[in-house]
Ligand binder design. Structure first.
Ligand SMILES: *Cc1c(COP(=O)(O)O)cnc(C)c1O
Length: 463
């Protein structure tokens, strides 16, 4: 059983036993394929290499901390999702997990679409040449400017999140003289996370229009009446870091139920459904995520079966994986600064980053693993807590980890599976400039997001 809390926050967490960590791995030098990206291995000197480049060289050239992204792995995952769902479905990468212009180009080349949920994400997508009709705009409080910008750009769909937004988007589309393709985001009363899901009225949240009480049906009614909107489907996103498909099963059944009642009431069969993202990845060796082809097969079967039962044409499915594509593709490379051994407890290992480059441990009690990557070691395992440099005792990167007892200042540590929701949630806490992102492929390392500098910080501070 994982001791991690729900990504939605500590209030979702079980009460955690103190000091409940697993035994040390048999060999601390092994880099578990499950949590490291495709091209990661150790060279003959024992140094971790990615895309053929030693971690030590990346640290020298780009400094630490640094996010190191395995482009080969990213493209392979994107392609695996695309292939698994085939030409009759759409895969929208959720840009909020991590977005940069290089990533937008990779997605474009690999045939994926893109979800954005702010003007900034939209600007990034457009500036890197993603065709607007392959972009979807999300968000529970899109500003009129963001809506206008998206419609003017010609985005493929806007996902309507509230009754007010139906009117707001319709109004702006009419002003611009266009008919905007939209979906309506509904909450189906399913909350899924990790190893369980709750199927009873989890509609107490800010996103979407509840299916309960006929609200979603009313939203559809209103959208269908507005000439400047073309309602192409409904949307449901049930959670994050999900391993169990049963939550999707219940959600799909409820979504199809709505499509059926729309058909019965309006004589309209909506052509698309979007089942959202949220598929889990391996943060530690204990996690066993599903492969894209298994997910595609399961979702297709569920939707086909439910539609046959309801005598509906099977709609075109879209999915929105973020974490499952980018999460495993990157690791964070840190340098060890100070060590504080506490007899009988653990050793605190301080690295040169922390909660400013990975807030997930502090925010969600997320679990990560960590390895010594600049060399191998035959020393005994030592129980550690890897912490950052911030003025905050909750500044923890990896809560419980075993590292070799000869660990010393200057050693490099790698924390795998930090591609999603780390750089994208990074902050400047303590005025620490945010780390760069380096993409590695076939023996070449290149900067795709440069390191923030103190000058960048001072430039914003206009005195
Ligand atoms: C966050 C989000 C996603 C992506 O979630 P992941 O856990 O990264 O797969 C997809 N769709 C919507 C609507 C989201 O809010």
């Amino acid at each position: 059983m994982s001791r991690s809390a729900h990504p939605a926050g500590p209030r979702h967490a079980d009460v955690l036993p103190e000091g409940h960590y697993s035994a040390p791995p048999a060999d601390l030098n092994v880099l578990d394929k499950k949590v490291w990206s495709e091209t990661v291995t150790r060279d003959e000197t024992g140094t971790l290499t990615v895309g053929g480049i030693p971690a030590t060289r990346i640290a020298e050239e780009f400094g630490t901390p640094v996010y190191v992204m395995d482009e080969t792995d990213f493209r392979a995952r994107a392609r695996a999702w695309r292939t698994a769902f085939g030409p009759d479905a759409d895969v929208f990468y959720a840009g909020k997990a991590f977005l940069s212009r290089a990533v937008v180009r990779w997605l474009h080349e690999e045939g994926l679409n893109l979800d954005v949920c702010s003007g900034g994400e939209l600007a990034t997508a457009l500036s890197a040449g993603m065709p607007a009709d392959r972009i979807a705009l999300h968000g529970n409080n899109k500003s009129p400017r963001e809506i206008r910008r998206a419609i003017e750009a010609g985005v493929g769909r806007i996902v309507l999140d509230s009754f007010q937004e139906i009117v707001r988007v319709a109004h702006i589309a009419r002003e611009l003289g266009t008919r905007q393709k939209v979906q309506i985001r509904i909450t189906v009363g399913v909350e899924a996370h990790t190893h369980e899901f709750i199927a009873t009225a989890h509609e107490d949240q800010k996103f979407g229009i509840p299916l309960a009480g006929g609200q979603a049906a009313e939203a559809v009614r209103r959208a269908l009446q507005l000439d400047s909107l073309e309602l192409i489907g409904v949307h449901s996103h049930i959670g994050s870091q999900i391993f169990d498909m049963s939550g999707f099963e219940v959600a799909a059944r409820r979504v199809v139920g709505l499509l059926k009642s729309i058909r019965d009431e309006h004589g309209v069969e909506l052509p698309e459904i979007d089942l959202g993202g949220g598929l889990g990845i391996a943060y530690t060796s204990d996690d066993d995520p599903r492969e894209p082809h298994e997910i595609a097969k399961a979702l297709n079967e569920i939707v086909t079966r439910e539609c046959e039962a309801a005598r509906l044409r099977t709609p075109r499915i879209s999915v929105e994986p973020g974490r499952a594509i980018v999460g495993p593709t990157a690791f964070t490379l840190y340098e060890v600064g100070t060590l504080k051994p506490l007899e009988g407890l653990r050793t605190y290992v301080s690295v040169d980053g922390g909660m400013s480059d990975n807030i997930r441990t502090a925010l969600y009690d997320a679990e990560y693993s960590v390895s010594l990557v600049s060399r191998t070691s035959d020393a005994e395992p030592m129980l550690c807590r890897v912490v950052g440099k911030h003025c905050e005792s909750g500044d923890i990167v990896v809560r419980d980890a075993f590292l070799p007892a000869d660990l010393a200042p200057g050693d490099l540590l790698g924390v795998p599976a930090t591609g999603a929701y780390c750089r994208s949630m990074a902050s400047n806490y303590n005025h620490v400039p945010r780390p760069p992102v380096v993409a590695v492929r076939d023996g070449e390392a290149r900067l795709i997001v440069r390191r923030e500098t103190e000058e960048d910080l001072l430039r914003l501070d206009v005195g």
